[in-house]
Design a protein around this ligand. Structure first.
Ligand code: FE2
Length: 251
């Protein structure tokens, strides 16, 4: 299969208009989608923040906003596939909120994009992951490079992977947005093929954009082609091609 037959997926972005600190309005969302397409992205999982301390848009609101964005994108000829999830800042009552129907996994799968405060204590992260895995989720650790307890002790990443977590890195952080120490941390993990997904974590059309071109070029230069394709393209297929019960009922 040639590279052109594959679909590149952005696993993490804030492009849905007006629901979090990402895109402000439909125009900005459409511009962000154009940037993503230009950089080769075919599929995006839109992952608005869910934070216990904030007002969070309900799943119903997110679905309606997604339908609007899809319709507008189609109208202006932007050919990109979109799916929905949340980026959840882990909190102690997470399960209660999830079972109450307030939080979305990635495209209706068992995978949950899970974020921690940069200064979270490792035992807190580990216990949270144990809880999520015990409840049947596969946690995908959002921008793992922003969690200091992992950057300072990279072995912990392998421990978390061993218990069943998956790892998502931000393209911009790999390119140095968080400094050289963080880039080296990611390089060390990529050397050992310990990162599972690439995401843009795009928030706007100016500074935190969904442009992965430089990152992808750099990855292909340094790492095995097959591995780069797995994190930018193939690993997300399982999530993207999942059809939730809800969607199949709607058909
Ligand atoms: Fe994010």
């Amino acid at each position: 299969m040639s590279k052109n037959d594959l679909c590149m997926t952005d696993m993490h972005c804030h492009i849905l208009p007006g629901v979090d600190d990402g895109s402000h309005d439909m125009e900005e969302s459409l511009d962000m989608l154009r940037i993503a397409r230009k950089s080769g992205i075919d599929r995006m999982i839109l992952t608005p923040h869910y934070k216990a301390s904030h007002h969070n848009a309900s799943p119903d609101t997110l679905r309606k906003r997604l339908a609007l964005l899809r319709a507008e994108a189609k109208k202006v000829g932007i050919n990109v596939e979109l799916a929905l999830g949340n980026e959840v800042l882990y909190f102690s009552d997470f399960l209660e909120a999830y079972y109450a129907g307030r939080i979305l996994t990635l495209n209706g799968t068992d995978r949950l994009l899970t974020e921690f405060h940069p200064t979270a204590d490792y035992m807190y992260v580990r216990n949270a992951m144990d809880e999520l895995i015990g409840a049947g989720f596969i946690p995908v650790l959002a921008h793992l490079e922003r969690v200091e307890c992992l950057v300072s002790v990279p072995e912990r990443v392998f421990e978390l992977r061993d218990i069943g977590c998956e790892m998502q890195m931000n393209a911009a952080d790999y390119m140095g947005a968080m400094g050289r120490r963080v880039r080296r941390f990611l390089q060390e993990l990529l050397d050992k093929e310990a990162v599972d997904y690439l995401g843009t974590d795009a928030h706007d059309r100016k500074t935190r954009t969904p442009d992965v071109r430089k990152c992808l070029g750099d990855l292909y230069e340094r790492y095995d082609d097959e591995y780069v394709r797995s994190i930018a393209y193939m690993n997300a297929d399982l999530i993207f091609e999942h059809v939730s019960a809800e969607e199949s009922n709607a058909d």
